[in-house]
Design a protein around this ligand. Structure first.
Ligand code: MTE
Length: 372
């Protein structure tokens, strides 16, 4: 439906269309990780050209003039509905500021910090970004399509090429949302990102944005939404994006929903800092379950924690920028630590509970620097 072609293979794979300069991105096969050390000058929102990309296959180039979003299924009265890009823009718009983060963000620290490697993209902490998303609440489209009282699950699907792994074709990337979540006013079918039309790599002409939930819920290149009167499934909520491991029930935990609390320094790992002077250490913290209300920083291995100055008032689904001045006592190697607490009181632990796929690494990440 309106798909013109897929992006040409980029040097990183993943058919990513936008340029991926090394000073902004760390390449990971089909994905591009944002570099935290060059984020300092960007302001609160991650510019579109610097936003991380996670593609299962390749960015499709979709003609917005022929694109349609089809809403259908057993829980709709009547035959469902189709919306064009112009139809979406004619409906009342809503803007939501939200962090988008991959469930595997921080995966390399399972190996590096806890000695328990997990397979999959070895993200540092740059599988995350924050944007101002504008679009139409999914709820409004479901209601306009004749939503009935017996709806149970909503299954949004992408128009990117079908995903094949180990010789098995899993079909289009898709993942069900329970109806209660689908009706949350902040869940958008977004057509703008940071005041610009959604770029191709981020889901043009329209994508789902599910604030606070694992990134895979935010289906890009949305083409189809099924609304059913029974539970729906897909490999993305049965095989992937669930927790399996010693701390989980036999057969695995439930499908992942909210993200955990995390923090990152806007500093290169292994940065070299000058001795004998003060340094302003800055970073950002975020959580899937409410705004961050406190950030503490330790520069001495976790013995003493000092409160960082929060630059953004805790609000909504965004991240909070923070800074703290540090005068290193002597030349040497240091492990900086930042630990955030969200509005519900969830605090980053010193160690995360292992799961087989390496999702949700929420422990405090030790950030090495050398003072010379
Ligand atoms: N939607 C489709 N159709 N295809 C995809 O590959 N990747 C998901 C999600 N939506 C994906 C998708 C994952 S795993 C993540 S983390 C986010 O999109 C990444 O969004 P971004 O590339 O805009 O940063």
């Amino acid at each position: 439906m309106g798909v013109v072609s897929s992006g040409s293979p980029s040097p990183y794979g993943g058919g990513i269309v936008k340029p991926l300069p090394r000073e902004w991105f760390v390449p990971h096969g089909g994905s591009a990780e944002m570099r935290w050390d060059t984020l300092a000058d960007t302001g609160l929102y991650t510019p579109n050209e610097r936003f991380f990309v996670r593609n299962h296959t390749a960015t499709p180039l979709i003609d917005p003039r022929t694109w349609r979003l089809r809403v259908h299924g057993s829980a709709l009265r009547g035959g469902g509905a189709e919306f064009s890009a112009a139809d979406l823009r004619a409906l009342p718009a809503r803007t939501v500021d939200a962090v988008l983060e991959c469930a595997g963000n921080g995966r390399r620290f399972w190996a590096e910090q806890q000695g328990t490697p997990a397979p999959g993209t070895p993200w540092g902490l740059g599988g995350v970004g924050m944007a101002s998303w504008r679009g139409v609440p999914l709820a409004d489209l479901l209601r306009a399509a004749g939503l009935g009282p017996d709806a149970v699950d909503v299954l949004p699907s992408g128009l990117d090429p079908e995903y094949t792994v180990g010789g098995r074709n899993l079909g289009h990337v898709r993942r069900p949302l329970p109806i209660a979540k689908a009706l949350d006013a902040d869940v958008l079918v977004a057509y703008e990102m940071n005041g610009e039309p959604l770029p191709p790599d981020h889901g043009a002409p329209a994508r789902l944005v599910v604030p606070g939930w694992v990134g895979v819920a935010s289906i890009k290149w949305l083409g189809d939404v099924e609304v059913a009167d029974r539970p729906l499934g897909s490999p993305w909520n049965t095989e992937y994006y669930r927790l399996f491991g010693p701390a989980q029930p036999e057969g695995g935990g439930p499908a992942l929903t909210g993200q955990v609390v995390k923090s990152a320094f806007e500093l290169a790992r292994g940065a070299v800092l000058a001795a004998g002077r003060s340094h302003r250490l800055c970073g950002r913290s975020w959580s899937g379950t409410g705004p961050v209300r406190e950030v503490e920083v330790s520069t001495d291995g976790g013995l003493v924690w000092r409160p960082a100055e929060l630059l953004d008032p805790p609000a909504g689904h965004g991240w909070t920028r923070w800074c703290l001045d540090w005068h290193p006592p002597a030349p040497g190697r240091y492990g900086l630590r930042a630990r955030a607490t969200d509005g519900r009181g969830a605090v980053q632990p010193a160690e995360a509970e292992f799961n087989r796929e390496g999702y949700l690494f929420g422990a405090v990440v030790v950030h090495p620097v050398t003072v010379v």
